[in-house]
Design a binder for this molecule. Structure first.
Ligand code: ADP
Ligand code: MG
Length: 701
């Protein structure tokens, strides 16, 4: 029954009632006692120590002092009236100033007596003083049962106006905790707490609100964070193990003509990282279990080739492969690019998108169904029910962050035997986030770019230097290179964005006149034919400039392009900017990325752009992005439909703890994959509850 009390409505807490309960629900989402108790302070006022007057600066937060009142004076009249108290502790003097409740305060304070003063120092006329501090005689303060540290909770204006001040909130916590005291069910087994030196839950909940001292607060936070990270990992690792156990993998042991032809005709040697990843994939495909692998590699690291070599292993064993891209442009590029690598007489490839003509589509569908098409490239269209394979063994998704989890699971639900899954992403995902977002996948990393790539020179320029930028573009074009010019496209401002793009296109064609210069344009409002035509023009080197929306962000490969101009660069996130920049620097030529912005920039935008100019390291940028924007906004987490709404832990700051939690979850599940031993009963029970919570959450959002 102990759970029951935590689940009771907040209105039943003495002093709350229906009105305040409604307010708490609306403003902070608190509807039960449990919600209240799990609303933690975001900082604390430390009353565990006394400050000396001499050490106080106006930088201090709230501080507490102990000393004697030397004198007090009332000056002014009416609204100008004030009481100034001179307070001293032997190390120095400081003024306490009161504008309100002067009479009452004046009566309370006796010159020569000892007091405890608590407040926030401020600077006034080059002097430090305290305005309206709390002041209590030493004797009564010592007798009180006040906690040394008091929590400060986030609040809203509405709540305060309803009388729910921080003091009231603290009181509510006190009541709630005494109400549930002794009735909070522990959520981690005893052996676990002892092994990890963690504080029991009830003590942790008490100490997070009313810490006895700094150390207890630390222990309380550690316990609550660890629990949060641990159950998340336990859930993910368990799903992974279930998949591993249940999903029989198609065996692809043979290396044959298809693979060998490509391997021996490569125009360049594979990088060490590509080789290593191929080995990891090969081990999966010959091991009897279904592969579920995330392939992470910075832009230009050569993931496509890994995908093709993986697909060819299916072909050599008499199976089919499917390589899916998020956009039409990319699918086209994959398809057109593959002929450089394969033997078209031996391996039959096809392209299937939403725009494939009916007759051709019919032929491709028939070829997939009877097994004559070996590798099919395409878009979402490949997920339609009418697409049936004779014997699909490998499914690759490129640029995973464009696909939702739903689509990922759809990849194998309709096949009779699950194909091996390779998910590729160029968005370098910080390890901690990958562990959580893709915790059910194995991860391979291509951490090496093909040799000879020169670092891209990135500069940030203002609108007033547009002329210079055009001159620079002209020099590069005249030297035989090509240029991207990219405009942001955001749903909310779509109409204006298109106008900007159109205007930009006009300006460029005005500046770079045909027929000497050819400018192609690609955006979402074109017919697919026009889009493909212009894209192709640029890809084949027939157009010098490509004006585009961020559709080209993912994957387009034009090695001869050496300049990337990004318009309104401040409107892109770091990861997106890095993706765009990755479109150049693919050939041997020195490449440039020019970030154009207007003059007015927020400090954060400036910081982002500076970082872009400083580093080419995608992982460093992704980590900075994660820090600046938080995982909720991290590219891909939204679209992936998985909400990482952590309560107290932080994926970036608590990464060592996260790794420990993951290892611990792995160890436990290794010994007891179903969590059915009595020793793990509590874990199994809580895991079930947490899963339900996650599910409910996803339904809401
Ligand atoms: P991404 O990982 O961003 O998808 P791509 O697969 O598009 O990268 O590869 C980028 C370019 O590098 C392509 O032109 C590709 O042919 C080339 N490439 C791939 N592997 C190598 C390698 N080992 N050495 C040299 N160039 C390579
Ligand atoms: Mg790619």
């Amino acid at each position: 029954m102990s759970e029951y009390i935590l689940d009771s409505g907040i209105q039943f807490l003495p002093g709350v009632g229906p009105k305040r309960a409604e307010m708490l629900g609306k403003e902070l989402g608190i509807t039960t006692i449990k919600d209240l108790i799990y609303t933690f302070p975001f900082r604390y006022v430390d009353r565990s120590r006394f400050y000396a007057v001499s050490e106080i600066t106006d930088c201090n937060a709230y501080v507490q002092m102990r000393g004697t009142v030397r004198n007090k004076t009332i000056s002014g009249t009416g609204s100008k009236m004030r009481l100034v108290v001179l307070f001293s502790d032997g190390t120095g003097n400081i003024e306490l100033v009161f504008f309100k409740g002067i009479k009452w305060t004046d009566q309370k304070i006796n010159v020569g007596s000892e007091y405890i003063v608590f407040g926030k120092p401020s600077q006034f006329n080059d002097r430090i003083n305290f305005v309206h501090p709390e002041i209590e005689p030493v004797s009564s303060a010592a007798a009180g049962t006040r906690m040394p540290m008091t929590g400060v909770y986030s609040s809203t204006e509405k709540l305060t106006s309803y009388g729910i001040t921080n003091k009231v909130f603290v009181g509510m916590q006190q009541k709630a905790l005494s109400m549930v005291s002794g009735r909070i069910a522990e959520t981690l087994p005893d052996w676990f707490l002892r092994g990890k030196h963690l504080m029991p839950l009830s003590a942790a909940l008490f100490n997070i609100h009313f810490p006895a001292d700094l150390q207890s607060l630390e222990k309380a936070r550690e316990r609550l964070k660890y629990e949060e990270l641990f159950y998340l990992q336990l859930s993910l690792v368990k799903q992974k193990y279930i998949k591993m156990r249940e999903a029989q993998g198609i065996l692809l042991p043979r290396i044959g003509d298809a693979f060998n032809y490509t391997y021996s005709h490569l125009p360049f040697p594979l990088t060490g990282a590509q080789k290593r990843v191929l080995k990891e994939i090969r081990a999966d495909m010959t091991g009897g279990k279904q592969m579920n692998r995330l392939l992470q590699g910075d832009v230009g690291s050569g993931k496509t080739l890994v995908a093709i070599l993986t697909a060819l292993q299916a072909v050599d064993n008499g199976y089919q492969a499917r390589i899916m891209a998020p956009t039409e442009v990319l699918a086209n590029q994959h398809y057109n690019g593959v002929f450089k690598f394969i033997d078209p007489g031996k391996v039959k490839v096809a392209l299937l998108t939403g725009n494939t003509k009916t007759k051709e589509r019919r032929e491709i569908l028939a070829g997939l169904a009877d097994g004559t098409v070996d590798i099919v490239f395409g878009t979402h269209a490949l997920l339609e029910d009418r697409v049936q394979f004779a014997n699909l063994a490998v499914a690759v998704i490129d640029e995973q962050h464009r696909f939702g989890v739903d689509q990922r699971s759809k990849l194998w639900s309709k096949s009779e035997i699950a194909p091996h899954i390779l998910v590729m992403t160029a968005t370098p995902i910080p390890r901690t986030l990958a562990m959580t977002l893709y915790g059910d996948l194995d991860v391979s990393v291509i951490d090496e770019l093909p040799p000879g790539r020169k670092p891209i020179v990135t500069t940030h320029v203002g609108e007033n230097q547009r002329k210079k930028v055009y001159d620079f573009m002209r020099r590069e074009i005249d030297a035989g290179r090509q240029v991207f010019v990219v405009y942001p496209l955001i749903k909310e401002s779509e109409k204006m964005d298109y106008e900007n793009l159109e205007q930009g296109y006009l300006n460029i064609t005005e500046e770079f006149k045909p027929p000497q210069y050819i400018t192609a344009v690609v955006h979402g409002k074109q017919t697919p034919e026009n889009k493909a035509f212009d894209m192709d023009l640029f890809a084949r080197g027939k157009a010098h400039i490509l004006v585009a929306t961020s559709v080209i962000e993912v994957g387009v490969d034009v090695p001869n392009a050496s300049v990337m101009v990004i318009e309104s660069a401040e409107r892109f996130g770091l990861s997106q900017l890095h993706q765009l920049r990755g479109r150049v620097g693919r050939g041997a030529e020195k490449s440039y990325c020019i970030l154009m912005t207007s003059y007015k920039l927020s400090a954060e935008s400036r910081e982002r752009l500076d970082l872009m100019c400083r580093t080419n390291d995608g992982l460093e940028l992704a980590e900075a992005d994660l820090k600046m924007r938080g995982p909720g906004d991290f590219e891909g987490t939204r679209q992936s439909g998985m909400s990482i709404d952590l309560h107290i832990a932080n994926l970036t700051k608590d990464s060592p703890m996260l790794e420990d939690a993951r290892r611990t979850a792995q160890d436990i599940l290794m010994d007891d994959p179903t969590l059915s031993s009595p020793r793990n009963a509590l874990l199994a029970k809580n895991l079930k509850e947490i899963r339900n919570e996650i599910k409910d959450y996803s339904k809401i959002s």
